[in-house]
Design a binder for this molecule. Structure first.
Ligand code: ZN
Length: 157
């Protein structure tokens, strides 16, 4: 099965993000942080955010993962930086729909992350692609409920 030109372009962009990830590392000051793993693949992400007045001022990720999870984390951090928490949560929702092969309101809003739409054809990789976005939601939700403050982390699924 030959890849179309568009698919080749997407592949190249995904490869660029996985080999030279943006926003990889840690922050000096972070208001939210969390860690999440994807046991089906072995991906682990540690995510840090610095928010101010409801806006994501800075974001960084570390950990280790496959090329899809690394590329996705790079794309996610790039697109949510400078956005409000509300906007970032909407994008997380859109991204989750996208990789399940569903329609999203505006794929352009997702930036490079929109190029991961092809993951919907590979169900085993969907969790790799959504890991960083789930970590983003978790980091924000934990701090909103004050759970992060106590150092007690709830584990879902
Ligand atoms: Zn993975």
């Amino acid at each position: 099965m030959a890849l179309s030109k568009l698919e080749n372009l997407y592949r190249q962009v995904i490869l660029d993000h996985s080999s030279h990830p943006h926003n990889q590392g840690t922050l000096e000051d972070s208001s939210h942080h969390t860690e999440l793993n994807n046991p089906t693949c072995g991906d682990v992400i540690h995510l840090e955010l610095q928010t101010e007045d409801g806006v994501i001022k800075d974001i960084a990720f570390s950990g280790h993962g496959c090329s899809i999870s690394t590329a996705s984390a790079s794309m996610m951090t790039e697109i949510v930086k400078g956005k409000t928490i509300e906007e970032a949560m909407d994008l997380a929702e859109d991204f989750s729909l996208l990789v399940q092969g569903k329609d999203v309101k505006d794929i352009e809003m997702l930036g490079d992350a929109g190029m991961l739409s092809g993951v919907s054809k590979f169900p085993a990789r969907i969790k790799c692609a959504t890991l960083s976005w789930k970590a983003l939601k978790k980091a924000i939700e934990e701090s909103e409920t004050g759970v992060a403050e106590t150092g007690f982390i709830k584990h879902e699924d």
